[in-house]
Write a protein that binds this ligand. Sequence first.
Ligand code: 0X9
Ligand code: ZN
Length: 429
Amino acid sequence: MRARTLLTPLALVPLFLATAVSSGSAAESGTPEGPDRQYLVEGPETPQERTQVARTGASVDAVGEDAASVTVTATPGEAEAIEDLGHEVTEVPVPNDLLHQPVDPAYHTYDELTGVVDKVVADFPSLAEKTSVGSSHEGRDIMAVRISGEEEAGEDKPEVLFTHQQHAREVLTVEMAIYLLTMFTEEYGSDERITELLDSRTIWILPSVNPDGAVYDTESGSYRNWRKNRQPNSGSNAMGTDLNRNWDYNWGCCGGSSGSPYSQTYRGASPESAPEVNVVADFVRSRVVDGEQRITAHIDFHTYGELVLWPYGYTYDETGPGMSRDDYDAHAELGELMAETNGYTPQQSSDLYVTDGSINDWMWGDQGIFSFTFEMHPGSFTGGGFYPPGGVIEEETARNRDAVLDLTAYADCPYRVIGKEAEYCGSAA
Ligand code: 0X9
Ligand code: ZN
């Protein structure tokens, strides 16, 4: 293998730590040749170039501030393939990907999250209800919390869905769920806007759709940088499926996922082969009442990059099957409006790189739900990557308050944002 230098400007910890990481055992991530590592890739500037990088099977974790580099998690083989594309590849041992970085107690473990959910529903029994949409591969509950204010009999409230932690290591997204659970319950009756919204809409929060991955990532006391679920793959010793490549809309169509179980972006054996995706999709399908999907708007929380993304991810085209000009424009307007409140960068998700089988494409393409991905703080890996210090939790979750409330407000008729409620929402105009 070609020699790769360590990234000296970022090497804030002594080299021996980096060596300790590199000599880690070829564990469940990565190939038999060695574990996955994080690399800075200098060169890719365009969506097409970033997609080529993603096509090696590496996960593109963020675009650099210079917009001419990306950070990736990759196997040694994938790193070589990226180098063969003509890019400069440098291993990044710090600051966030030391495999032995201790788990930060400021973040909630899955058990602690369960405790928070139980307390919220116990404290606000007339507002919040806990259900389970089903079980993970290892049998953990995939919790859902339904929050709604005053209900009139037979009332059809539009519903808004928030999903969190498809990717295990994206720990700030769980804190985002806790922020929303707390905000929607504690501020009902005192905050006028929240009260009005909950009296006219129903909120669904799925605070962790990948509990097995979350437990695996933290159970040793040190972060494992784990992304996928924990489902074994037959015929391979590589573990896990990337949940955000396993959704049943143009699954595996377009080079936006990997067919190799060793890859960070392994799409699974078939669409919805991951039980976590299957039960969440079943839950969403169950919200079709009298032929109409009650959920109208959705945000899937990820880290990192500080982006607001909308579908489609499988194509660079704005419009296409199931995505009219008005559909696209309403997504883009809503995305831009939300991004104005949180300071994120708004863009179509394929502007980042192509993905297929993602949750946003399925939510829109299959269910007609306006669907966004938020890539939360930090903006780039220098801010702590997937494991930013606990001190940022308060500010970086509250940062999305207005975006969430704005989307919730448009849930009665998202096309209102482009002034077309009369055309699309009939009497709602
Ligand atoms: O690659 C992903 O799944 C997301 N990025 S992450 O670094 N959190 O893994 C981006 C998904 C964007 N959505 C679509 N492209 N549809
Ligand atoms: Zn993610």
